[in-house]
Design a protein around this ligand. Sequence first.
Ligand code: SF4
Ligand code: SF4
Length: 483
Amino acid sequence: MAKVNLTIDGQSVDVEEGTNLIEAARQIGVEVPHYCYHPGLKIDGNCRMCLVDIEKSPKPQIACNTKVAPGMVVHTQTDKVKKMRASVMEFLLINHPLDCPTCDQAGECRLQDYYMKYDRIPSRFEETKVHKDKMIDLGSSVMLDQERCIACTRCIRFCRDVAGQDELALANRGDHVTITTFPGKKLSNPYAGNVVDICPVGALTSDEFRFKKRVWYLKRTPSVCTGCSRGCNIEVHHEGNKIYRLIPRYNPNVNQYWMCDEGRHGYHFVNDNRVLRAQIIKNGAMQEVSFAEAAAYLASQLKTMNSSEIATISHAGETNEVLKAFDEFSKNVLKTDLRYYSRNEVKNPSSDTILRTADKNPNQAYINDLKLKPVSEIKNAQAALVLNGLSEADFEILKKKNIPILAIFAANVGDALPHASVVCPIPTFAEQDGHLTNVNAVVQKISQAFAPRGESRLVGEWLDAITLALGMSAKKAEAVSVF
Ligand code: SF4
Ligand code: SF4
């Protein structure tokens, strides 16, 4: 696309034709404050916070809806511009309830941030503020506080233009304006949680996150959603080895600015229901043991078996690195050709043309690359080594074929666990680095947010310890440098 040269605050800049002034300024590190503008939404131009001076223009212009033009000279810091920003802030804050001490948006609220940057004028308002309803359950886990809303319409535009469901609207006028769903209807689109992320103030909050954690305590780790094969880019927000929320991370090639609610709320398996200690069958009952004892016990069991009759069952939810290490262990250490995989099977899976795919496995693509067979094709084996759980159907197949589970590498408690002779706790996606290959063959990185829970160990560590206990030399399976 052709480039346009213009001047912003005295700096010459070349930007693509069609760029608006907020984005053009951003490219040279100049922030033009805004509420209603969002790069992923259609432009509305209602908040007036982004007014800038343009030479030869008789009056200030909104930067969000003004495209760059050759030779344009823009000023974002003139006295007139600063006075306009302060006036917009004063206007927005007239009826604002100033709930900051209890508001979940505190710490990432544009009213707070811009007040400190552009306003800092004591309130001149002496009348009684307009009071509106608080704690309205809009649906989809989204709570509305009408008093905090600044009527920027971001949420309305998101539902209408991105989620494709026209569920929200403005009602009333002037200082009684509020957003609302249509009478008798709830917010129910599968992407509704995004309105919480894009609300620039604390009017829309997540029922799941409200009052759980002040945001400045949260650490943010870039990662990828494991809820389906789309692999939306996300940030994991966590503290003290616990996830408090997932929010989308911009990737123009995968998910733009968004994620679905299934993925957003699908992190509880990291916090709850975890396998924290290794277990082995001893005297007919499961007993907790150390990592070393479990690895040695598993190796001693493997030594008694015909290795070519041991089946290994990978899982379409693990990373490329883990799958490769498990597969190499199967081929090179166990020397078995009985290499299968299990996958999360969902009845009537949700899917659409926005992001959600019907395949709820984040890494089926890499399983396909490894050319593993589904468990339904398993015939006979002495025993099975299972990576990260079995689907219900696959568990039934093993039971029917009388194939005992020798070991299961598991992050969460599941139906198959009590049937395994050895349980090896492993980390979830939030506790390890690695890569996942999405439905379009895009290889994406996940990063460790916090250390593995309890005494869980990386799959590679387990495989190395078992290999050593079998009297073979281990070659740091986790460090396979193929990506
Ligand atoms: S609820 Fe938030 S996003 Fe929606 S109009 Fe009000 S301030 Fe804007
Ligand atoms: S579309 Fe799939 S990958 Fe994206 S957020 Fe939803 S579940 Fe996660």
